[in-house]
Design a protein around this ligand. Structure first.
Ligand SMILES: C[S@@+](CC[C@H](N)C(=O)[O-])C[C@H]1O[C@@H](n2cnc3c(N)ncnc32)[C@H](O)[C@@H]1O
Length: 323
C-alpha cells in the first residue's frame, strides 16, 4: 500500500472517484492543485487533492475520498496522514478543510488528525460548510522554509535540478514532490556526495526518479536545454559531516545561478539557501545577495527570507520566481 502523486494517465479514474465522494471540499477555485492516490495491490482505492489557497491557510484540502467498498476500514485516516506529510503539515504548514454541514465521519477524521473547528463558511451558491484548520506551530528553520516554498510550487511530472546534492536529503525530498512521472537531476563536485545521494535514492526506492552525477554546477547548462527546467535548488555551503574547507564559492555559485536562470521555463523558479558564518565566513553571502538584488524586476521576482531576531547564523533562503 502506498500514497503517491497521481500519474497523468490516472486523471480520469481519479475524477470518477472524486465525483462519488463528498468528504472534504472548499467552495472556490484554487490554484496549484496536487492529487495524491492511495494504491493498494496495484489498484487506486483513494484520492486526496490539495491546493494552494492563501485565502484560508498555506494549503487547503479540497477533496479526500475512499472507494465505497474500502470505506470504514481506516484507509481515510491513512491517506490523510500521508497527505499531511506531503503537504509539510508536520513541519508547520497550515492546512484548511471544509466539509458539508454535520458530516460527522469527516469531522471526526479531521479532528483525529489535529484539525480544529473554525467558523462555518458559505459557498458562492449559498451552501454552509463546516470549516477546520490544522496548524501546529513549530520552530521554523531555513530548511522548512525552503521545503515549503518547493512543496507549494513543484508539481508531479516536473523536471527539477538539485545543484548541490550533498547527502541527497533535498534530492530525495524533490523526488517525492515530482513523483514517478517527474525527474530530478542532482550534481555535486565531491564523489562522496554523489555516492551518498545515489545510495539514499536507491534505499528510498527513488532511483527511477532521481540520479546524482559528478559535476560542477557552474557547468549546469551542459545538462539541460534552455527553458526546459521547472525548478533549480541550491543549498550552498559544505557537505554535512565532511571536510568543511570544501564549500561553495561565488566563483562557481554565480555562474551556476546565471546558468540556472537560463534553464528555467517561463513561470518556473529557483530556491537557494545561503549559509554564512563558520568556515566559509560571509564572502559568499556578501556576493550572492547583491547579485540577487540586481536581477531585473521585469523578469524576476526575488524574495529573501531571513531570521531577523535569531543570534545564530541561520541560512538565508532566496526564492527567484520567473515571470
Ligand atoms: C550544504 S551541501 C548540500 C546539502 C544537500 N542539499 C543535502 O540535502 O544533503 C553543499 C554541497 O555543495 C557541493 N558543492 C560545492 N561546490 C560545488 C560546485 N561547484 N558544484 C556542485 N556542487 C558543489 C558540496 O560538495 C556540498 O556537498
Amino acid at each position: 500500500m502506498q500514497v503517491r502523486p497521481m500519474r497523468p494517465q490516472e486523471a480520469g479514474q481519479c475524477q470518477q472517484l472524486l465525483l462519488l465522494c463528498d468528504s472534504a471540499r472548499v467552495p472556490h477555485i484554487c490554484d496549484e492543485c496536487h492529487t495524491l492516490v492511495l494504491e493498494k495491490n496495484g489498484q487506486i482505492i483513494g484520492v486526496c487533492r490539495y491546493c494552494s489557497c492563501p485565502e484560508y491557510a498555506d494549503l487547503t484540502l479540497t477533496a479526500l475520498c475512499i472507494a465505497t467498498q474500502w470505506q470504514s476500514k481506516g484507509y481515510g485516516s491513512y491517506l490523510l496522514r500521508k497527505a499531511l506529510h506531503h503537504m509539510g503539515a508536520y513541519q508547520g504548514c497550515s492546512v484548511f478543510a471544509a466539509t458539508s454541514q454535520n458530516n460527522a465521519p469527516a469531522a471526526a477524521l479531521l479532528r483525529k488528525l489535529g484539525f480544529a473547528p473554525r467558523t462555518a463558511i458559505t459557498t458562492e451558491n449559498g451552501q454552509l460548510l463546516d470549516a477546520f484548520l490544522r496548524y501546529t506551530p513549530k520552530q521554523l528553520t531555513s530548511l522548512t522554509v525552503s521545503h515549503q516554498l518547493l512543496a507549494q510550487r513543484i508539481r508531479p511530472g516536473d523536471f527539477v535540478i538539485d545543484a548541490t546534492a550533498g547527502l541527497g536529503r533535498d534530492t530525495a525530498y524533490l523526488c517525492r514532490l515530482v513523483g514517478e512521472s517527474g525527474k530530478v537531476l542532482a550534481m555535486d563536485i565531491q564523489p562522496s556526495a554523489v555516492d551518498a545521494t545515489n545510495r539514499l535514492l536507491a534505499e528510498k526506492k527513488l532511483d527511477s526518479i532521481g540520479k546524482a552525477i559528478l559535476a560542477d554546477h557552474a557547468d549546469l547548462s551542459a545538462y539541460a536545454a534552455p527553458e526546459s527546467v521547472d525548478a533549480v535548488v541550491f543549498n550552498f555551503g559544505w557537505l554535512p559531516g565532511a571536510d568543511h574547507s570544501l564549500f561553495t564559492t561565488p566563483a562557481t555559485s554565480i555562474p551556476a545561478l546565471q546558468a540556472a536562470l537560463s534553464l528555467l521555463k517561463p513561470g518556473a523558479f529557483l530556491v537557494a539557501s545561503i549559509y554564512h558564518g563558520g568556515a566559509n565566513g560571509t564572502t559568499e553571502r556578501d556576493c550572492l545577495l547583491p547579485w540577487f538584488a540586481a536581477l531585473d524586476p521585469a523578469r524576476y521576482t526575488v524574495l529573501q527570507c531571513s531570521f531577523l531576531n535569531r543570534q545564530g547564523k541561520d541560512p538565508i533562503v532566496i526564492l527567484v520566481q520567473t515571470q
